[in-house]
Design a protein around this ligand. Structure first.
Ligand code: ZN
Length: 257
């Protein structure tokens, strides 16, 4: 029997606790029955963003925004309502009833498989870049000189591309096609070429902690583009991942990478 849509939404909201979800983006502190943090929607130094776990909504006393968990994810990830619902379904392991899941922009089983492969490819790539950085004195010194220490490198998962990531990933069983689709490599004159070779790497991570793309900063000053991102991919849409990009920008400002 087809479930009522609003009943389904209520059920989803029950599963996706707002305090837990907001905590993935904002550091919250418990005070007087509510959770408080610095508002992600306006600039402030003292927390006026309150999350009410009992009533399952947020409200900012500074800029006046409020809403439920779906609205919050919508705003944070620049998604429309249905995409926000889909994301919450995915993260909470909730199956959306087929009657609500529009087929046109919903992932097919095939696309889902492709995406899973890409997630693991990018995870391997991030690990590889990170280890490269740890073994590259020049790149490390570049960061240390800018006040970026080992802790910061670990937290942001910074890395360095030594140009050998392609053979590493092939060894791990990834195909040339997957390397290109992920944005890690491009095809040049029939060969695979490392997109971010000899660059300092800043992983772009979605709200749930998956690496979805990379940003690279030229260290040698030879490249036309000082900063470069990997291309749009099935995982990374520049228009939909504004939050991730903001994070990278913030990290750049903080440490002046
Ligand atoms: Zn606010």
């Amino acid at each position: 029997m087809a479930k009522d849509f609003s009943a389904f939404i209520e059920e989803l909201k029950d599963k996706c606790d707002i305090v837990e979800t907001v905590s993935k983006y904002v550091t919250l502190e418990r005070k007087g029955g509510k959770f408080w943090g610095r508002c992600p929607f306006h600039n402030e130094k003292t927390p006026s963003f309150a999350v009410n776990g009992e009533a399952q909504f947020y409200h900012c006393f500074g800029c006046g925004v409020s809403g439920d968990v779906i609205k919050f994810v919508q705003e944070m990830e620049s998604l429309d309502f249905m995409d926000s619902v889909r994301l919450l379904c995915e993260k909470s392991g909730t199956k959306m009833p087929d009657s609500f899941a529009k087929t046109d922009d919903n992932d097919t089983a095939e696309l889902k498989k492709t995406k899973d492969r890409l997630y693991s490819l990018l995870k391997e790539t991030a690990k590889y870049y990170y280890l490269c950085l740890k073994n590259n004195k020049d790149a490390l010194n570049y960061l240390y000189k800018r006040g970026i220490d080992d802790k910061y490198i670990t937290v942001f998962g910074l890395g360095y591309s030594d140009g050998k990531v392609i053979s590493y990933l092939k060894q791990k069983g990834f195909t040339a096609k997957e390397l290109i689709t992920s944005g890690v490599a491009v095809e040049k004159n029939g060969n695979l070429s490392d997109t971010l070779e000899k660059r300092l790497i800043i992983p772009i991570i979605n709200s749930m902690g998956d690496v979805i793309a990379f940003g690279g900063r030229d260290l040698e000053g030879k490249s036309y583009a000082k900063y470069k991102n990997t291309a749009e991919t099935p995982l990374f849409s520049k228009s939909k991942n504004i939050f991730a990009i903001n994070l990278v920008k913030k990290s750049r400002h903080k440490g002046s990478i």
